[in-house]
Design a protein around this ligand. Structure first.
Ligand code: 5RP
Length: 226
């Protein structure tokens, strides 16, 4: 029986195998955040001579990349990102995701939006029929914490401030429990429209292009089902 960490290591290696044919001397790779992304960074570092550098979605990933001697570019200096690789807290059959367990959701969504494809790397525990068992992270401008929380309660959620946590953007996170998210695209748009919300951790309007999911029997490739 493989441990969750071994499953993550397997999918990180599978992601490197997926990305290898896309690499070249001018290529910039988009890098996500979290423990699975960390393992991807470590596995990618073996091939660091084969691409130009990266754009990173968090200070944590930037430190890890630079620790491997991999160049991290400012996204403002980059026009093309062929592939973005990142984990998720939950993913469904349509490849809509909940992200932001590590609090990096805004930069993750920004870097993903620039990339030609989003490769989501998960172990099988993250695959769900319906998103929402994992409390939905929402990044909020600090002065709007209570007004946004009221709006989220009106949507049926139970927002809780992530105590003692400040994002890389100087904002706070509300983790919203109790949502059974049957229409992720619609809910993402509704939450994004609440004044004071920086980013909602739903990645459904633009989900993953492909998911690599690590199981006890190997890594399987998932394409979005309508
Ligand atoms: C961070 C994220 C991560 O991708 C998500 O939390 C999954 O993390 P892990 O790979 O550690 O399970 O969205 O903001």
């Amino acid at each position: 029986m493989l441990s969750q960490n071994e499953l993550k290591q397997n999918v990180a290696q599978a992601a490197v195998d997926y990305v290898l044919p896309l690499l070249g001397p001018d290529v910039i790779v988009g890098i996500g955040s979290g423990s699975t992304a960390d393992l991807f960074i470590d596995a990618l570092a073996v091939h660091k001579q084969k691409f130009r550098g990266t754009v990173s979605s968090s200070e944590r990933s930037t430190r890890r990349l630079e620790g491997h001697g991999i160049t991290v570019f400012d996204l403002n200096d980059v026009t093309q990102v062929p592939v973005y690789v990142d984990g998720a807290d939950e993913i469904d059959a349509g490849l809509s995701m909940i992200k932001g367990g590590g609090g990096a959701l805004t930069r993750e969504k920004i870097v993903a939006s620039v990339a030609d494809q989003f490769v989501c790397i998960v172990d099988e525990s993250k695959f769900v029929d319906c998103l929402g068992a994992f409390a939905l992270p929402v990044e909020v401008i600090p002065m709007a914490r209570e007004s946004v929380a009221r709006r989220l309660r009106a949507l049926g959620g139970e927002p809780q401030l992530r105590e003692g946590f400040v994002t890389d953007n100087g904002c706070v996170i509300l983790d919203v429990a109790g949502l059974r998210i049957r229409q992720p695209v619609e809910l993402e748009a509704i939450i994004n429209n609440i004044p004071g919300v920086v980013t909602c951790g739903l990645f459904a309007i633009s989900g993953a292009t492909v998911a690599l999911m690590s199981t006890q029997d190997g890594v399987v490739t998932l394409k979005p089902k309508a």
